[in-house]
Design a protein around this ligand. Structure first.
Ligand code: NAG
Ligand code: NAG
Ligand code: NAG
Ligand code: NAG
Ligand code: NAG
Ligand code: NAG
Length: 323
């Protein structure tokens, strides 16, 4: 009798514990952003096909897309999360591509004081490096800034309160099929998968093309304590992008996020929106063709007219000459 009661109590207790821990975990997935409910600020816009365009295709633009309500990270556990997203960076025709996309965790979504270009739309020149920034970001950076100690215009970096990355590496992934590191062109315009995992002590970042699996070895793996960056556990997660004199179309296709790696939902690639390719390149051929056809047509018309004139004028001259 008392054993039975204890058992019931134990079952009740464990259900309560599992309920309270699972209710604190937050998970969401967006396959396209049509129903996403994100707050879009600056030049971020949602395109009709569900593609999220983060920065306008002109100079010195910033765009931000964040969840509307902050994530309440559990204060009784070490801060942890997993995220997987797909983005595409398409250089504007006749421009260098730039500057890049960042995945951001921040206690505030007020980026009115932030600057575009190499500050990526989240940092600014005067407070860079200050712990009062309370900013964590993973950057896909497509412009090389030597004053930020960047050696390469195609890198992935971990940023803590500062656009000077604490760690970065040229974009590449460990390919399972080829059993070697394969480099990725972030500015190719092709969709790129990005994973960021943090479980209290080590932060891992991986990138890969759409057709590849999650690499077994992360590109960046760094020991860090994210709890030291933030004074609050109410944190917004989202994305920013910025242009400068270098301009790319910065697109986000899909995003999955969870505070618990086991609950991270899979992205459904079949539902992701298509990335438009800049029209200028496609227009070139028809435009050349139109010019060529017009010239050929003009020559034919002139030749025909000249022939008709010759035929008409001959008898006319004869008539005139005889008079
Ligand atoms: C969208 O966000 C608002 C504000 O956070 C919330 O009230 C609303 O329920 C959300 N809608 C959906 C469909 O998630
Ligand atoms: C940078 O941000 C800080 C804090 O928001 C602000 O006080 C400062 O004026 C900003 N600087 C610039 C150059 O925008
Ligand atoms: C990356 O792709 C872009 C767009 O196709 C191209 O302009 C650029 O040269 C490529 N970069 C490298 C290093 O291959
Ligand atoms: C990070 O990567 C290392 C090395 O591959 C791995 O041992 C570790 O479990 C990973 N951690 C997370 C949180 O993914
Ligand atoms: C592949 O890249 C990873 C991450 O940058 C590095 O740790 C590893 O040594 C590289 N492996 C090879 C075979 O080059
Ligand atoms: C991380 O930082 C927080 C806040 O400073 C501290 O309470 C915690 O013990 C640190 N965790 C580790 C593993 O050092």
């Amino acid at each position: 009798m008392s054993k039975g009661l204890l058992l019931i109590w134990l079952i009740f207790f464990f259900q309560l514990v599992s309920l309270s821990t699972s209710s604190k975990d937050i998970s969401f997935v967006f396959n396209g952003f049509g129903q996403s409910n994100l707050s879009l600020v600056g030049s971020a816009t949602l395109l009709p096909n569900g593609l999220l365009q983060l920065a306008k295709d002109s100079q010195h633009q910033m765009g931000h897309a964040f969840i509307k309500k902050p994530v309440e990270f559990s204060s009784s556990k070490p801060l942890s999360f997993s995220t997987h997203f797909v983005c595409a960076l398409v250089p504007k025709p006749r421009f260098e591509g730039g500057h890049g996309i960042t995945f951001v965790i921040s206690p505030s979504v007020d980026f009115t004081r932030a600057q575009p270009t190499r500050y990526m739309g989240i940092f600014n020149a005067s407070i860079s490096g200050s712990p009062s920034s309370h900013l964590f970001a993973v950057e896909l950076d497509t412009v090389r800034n030597p004053d930020f100690r960047e050696t390469n215009n195609n890198h992935v970096g971990i940023d803590v309160n500062d656009p000077i990355s604490v760690e970065s590496a040229p974009a590449s992934y460990f390919s399972k099929t080829e059993q070697k590191n394969v480099s990725i062109n972030l500015s190719s315009g092709d969709p790129i998968q990005v994973w960021v995992d943090y479980h209290g002590t080590v932060l891992n970042v991986s990138v890969a093309p759409l057709e590849a699996e999650k690499p077994s070895l992360p590109l960046l793996s760094r020991s860090m304590n994210l709890s030291e960056i933030f004074s609050s556990r109410r944190l917004f997660v989202g994305f920013a992008a910025a242009t400068g004199t270098s301009i790319s179309y910065h697109y986000l296709l899909g995003w999955s996020f969870s505070t618990n790696m086991e609950l991270l939902q899979l992205l459904d690639f079949s539902k992701l929106p298509q990335v438009p390719r800049p029209r200028a390149e496609h227009k070139k051929l028809p435009f050349v063709l139109i010019i060529a056809l017009t010239v050929i047509l003009a020559i034919i018309v002139m030749a025909v007219l000249a022939g008709v004139y010759a035929e008409v004028s001959e008898p006319w001259e004869k008539v005139c000459g005889s008079k």
